[in-house]
Design a protein around this ligand. Structure first.
Ligand code: ATP
Ligand code: MG
Length: 376
């Protein structure tokens, strides 16, 4: 067990890294963040900030020398850096698991190899792969294999011609072509897995997107049958076991009729798990600290129903919103990430409404969401 006041390292200093840092510091750990950005959200709450690229060997060796264990908060971290660090210091999650989750093709092949449900897909490594694709895949979504997020690096295509045009538009980068499904809902399960194989799943959340970006998460997902929620938790746990994963992991699902399909796996805490900060006895971030340090995982039960609403950069235009009115609601918790630049679509913060029932939390969340732009 790595106990406080040991120093922990994290690759990536975005909002996920900020909450990891806050959770670790609450428990008495020290935290050093490695991130190239001067003003990254985690740096201002950390004990140290190594400002360097993620593959900078000098920076990585400094991190290894100063830290008792290292984790990461973003999916596109070079797996090679995790491997390099792991030769010097405990690193969780492992490079091998992250390497699968950060590559859509490897991820889908992993799901297929383990008989886990997923949408039909084909690899499109080059323009030649587009000829002779199974017509049953269309309409489809072409997705770049690496570094896509918030719906970026994706194109909806009706046929082979459109797929060829989209492939060129996406820069001829390796892609997967995925059958377009008619979704009845989307949900996710965030869990933590410890080094001894123990798994604790949070309640699933239902996730609604706007313009390809997560808009709200509802926990528990009251409109989704309890049996399906249990099935989602069991698939997510199976994925964590098969990856031999240690840390916090999120699995996104599509619901089509009564059928759950895995959309993607995130080898880190997840936006759809932010509600755990306020509605559970332990957050997804504290579980990450616990798994990293070999502490027992905490019980993930929620004490309230919760609805989380993302606050995107557009709300800051032409000037920052006034949250005064929203803050008058006693069950509302506001989180801002301290980002200086409010670009459109950028995640600037979120709020979570807690309630005795999902319906009550959802209706207040919707009301506040509608009010916020008008308070500018
Ligand atoms: P995020 O960063 O939010 O996880 P992402 O860029 O990784 O997003 P995906 O999760 O693959 O991308 O897709 C974003 C959204 O697009 C999904 O949440 C879903 O609403 C829609 N979508 C993706 N794939 C499909 C599909 N095969 N059929 C129908 N809708 C889809
Ligand atoms: Mg997604």
């Amino acid at each position: 067990m790595i106990l406080p006041p040991a120093t922990l390292g994290i690759l990536g200093g975005g909002q996920l890294g900020r909450y990891f840092t806050l959770a670790a510091r609450d428990m008495g750990y020290r935290v050093i963040v490695l991130d190239p950005e001067a003003d990254c959200p985690a740096a201002s709450v950390a004990d140290g900030h190594i400002r360097a690229q993620y593959d900078d060997e000098l920076a990585l060796s400094e991190l290894a020398a100063r830290c008792a264990a290292v984790t990461t908060e973003f999916e596109s971290v070079p797996a090679e850096s995790l491997r390099w660090l792991a030769a010097r210091v405990p690193v969780h999650p492992a490079a091998e698991a992250v390497a699968i989750c950060q590559d859509r093709l490897r991820e889908k092949r992993f799901l297929a190899a383990h008989g886990l449900p997923h949408a039909a897909f084909a690899s499109v490594a080059s323009a030649e792969d587009l000829a002779g694709l199974d017509a049953k895949l269309f309409p489809a979504i072409l997705k770049v294999v690496r570094c896509g997020y918030d719906g970026k690096g994706q194109a909806r295509v009706r046929d082979e011609q459109e797929a060829a045009a989209a492939f060129a538009q996406l820069g001829n980068e390796p892609c997967v072509l995925e059958q377009m499904l008619t979704l009845d809902a989307e949900l996710s399960v965030v869990l933590a897995r410890a080094g001894d194989g123990a798994v604790e799943c949070f309640t699933a959340s239902e996730n609604q997107h706007r313009d390809g970006i997560l808009d709200i998460s509802i926990a528990p997902p009251a409109s989704i049958h309890a049996g399906l929620q249990a099935e989602a938790r069991s698939i997510a746990a199976e994925i964590a076991h098969k990856l031999n994963y240690v840390g916090t992991l999120a699995v996104e699902f599509f619901l089509v009729g009564q059928c759950l399909l895995v959309n993607e796996i995130a080898s880190r805490p997840h936006n759809s798990g932010h509600w755990t900060l306020d509605a559970c006895f332990v957050s997804q971030f504290e579980q990450q600290v616990r798994a990293l340090c070999g502490l027992p995982l905490a019980r993930p039960e929620a004490h309230s129903a919760a609805v989380m609403v993302n606050l995107l950069g557009g709300l800051w235009s032409p000037r920052a919103p006034d949250f005064g009115k929203a803050l008058r609601h006693p069950g509302l918790k506001l989180h801002l990430y301290g980002k200086k630049q409010a670009r459109s679509g950028r995640k600037m913060g979120h709020f979570t409404v807690l309630g005795d029932s999902v319906d009550a939390a959802l209706s207040l969340a919707r009301q506040v969401q509608a009010e916020i732009p008008q308070t500018i």
